[in-house]
Ligand binder design. Structure first.
Ligand SMILES: [Fe+2]
Ligand SMILES: [Fe+2]
Length: 331
């Protein structure tokens, strides 16, 4: 970002964002979606430049670019909802925007991942997958500066239970548990693959009819069998999309396996399960337990973590990490 020649007063910096050229160029060129302000050096104040929705002339477009390049262009923080909605759709902008607070960035990531997963589950094809993966890579890029930035996302789980919300929540919690299990040290490629795997653990559910996913009464045996096919269905779908690396197959196929062999689809036992499979199993159950579902009410986080910690079907180390992390109010 270019540095303005005179200092921007604190009261302005508190209420306005300085817009950088990458962000300006992502707005519709002639109709900015929010009010823009110009910093006037001589009076050290912001004055309105153009109101949202008004059309700019070619000269104004040029002038706006110049103002922006010299650091004199601002938007009001009160326009944050518009601004963040805009960034959600061009997520890589969070990496260049120095104005956003960590909490605002975390909100934007949660919204963007929800949007991309929704699109992909509606239409699980390569083109839509590419958009999702691009945003997952923006997240992992953001996390490489400090892996524990994931905590801010984990504080923003979405309460309502839907396939998309559950996938976002479990993906974030699984990634947080994975990062903790590696003490924050992980190669970029491993992080990329693990992140994608965690968000897509329930990929197969997008092929299960909606009425079975949202049924409020217990499923019949036949319906249960159908739903329990989702790990196999997901694994096949991932393969079709060329996603054959270990992490994604482990997350999809093993998240319903249990250490005592009581899980599905392959009734794997402790030794046969991968580390990631065990992590996603804990994250998946935890996120289901703390959200309001059609057939069960939401449990408080501490209570859910406590019950997983005392359940021998789950990996004790992972369940303890979850319990301790929540107790220390990390997330
Ligand atoms: Fe599942
Ligand atoms: Fe799940």
């Amino acid at each position: 970002m270019s540095q303005h020649k005179s200092t921007i007063p604190d009261n302005i910096a508190e209420e306005y964002y300085q817009i950088n050229p990458d962000i300006l160029s992502s707005f519709p060129k002639y109709r900015p979606p929010l009010d823009l302000f110009e910093f006037k050096d001589d009076i050290a104040q912001l004055v309105p430049y153009i109101r949202k929705g008004n059309r700019l002339s070619n000269e104004q477009v040029d002038q706006l670019n110049e103002l922006c390049a010299e650091g004199s262009l601002f938007v009001a923080r009160s326009d944050h909802p518009v601004y963040s909605k805009h960034i959600v759709k061009q997520l890589d902008l969070v990496l260049v925007d120095k104005n956003l607070k960590e909490s605002e960035i975390a909100d934007i990531f949660v919204q963007a991942l929800s949007l991309r997963l929704e699109e992909f589950f509606d239409q699980p094809v390569q083109l839509v997958f590419d958009k999702l993966y691009k945003d997952v890579l923006v997240l992992t890029e953001y996390l490489t500066t400090d892996h524990y930035r994931i905590r801010a996302l984990a504080k923003r789980l979405i309460p309502e239970h839907t396939l998309v919300n559950h996938s976002v929540n479990s993906g974030i919690i699984a990634l947080w548990l994975y990062i903790k299990s590696r003490q924050g040290v992980t190669k970029r490629r491993d992080l990329d693959r693990t992140a994608l795997a965690c968000f897509l653990h329930d990929l197969g559910m997008c092929k299960i009819p909606q009425f079975l996913r949202t049924k409020t009464v217990p499923l019949t045996q036949e319906e249960r069998q159908k739903v329990n096919m989702h790990p196999m269905v997901g694994a096949k779908l991932a393969q079709k999309l060329g996603l054959t690396f270990d992490e994604i197959q482990q997350a999809i196929l093993e998240h319903h396996e249990r250490l005592d062999g009581s899980g599905y689809p392959r009734k794997l036992k402790d030794d046969a399960m991968s580390k990631l499979g065990k992590i996603v199993a804990v994250a998946d159950s935890y996120c289901a337990m703390i959200s309001e579902r059609p057939y069960a009410s939401a449990m408080p986080p501490m209570e859910a973590a406590e019950s997983l910690r005392g359940d021998a079907r789950y990996d004790a180390k992972t369940a303890n990490t979850l319990y301790n992390g929540i107790q220390e109010e990390e997330v």
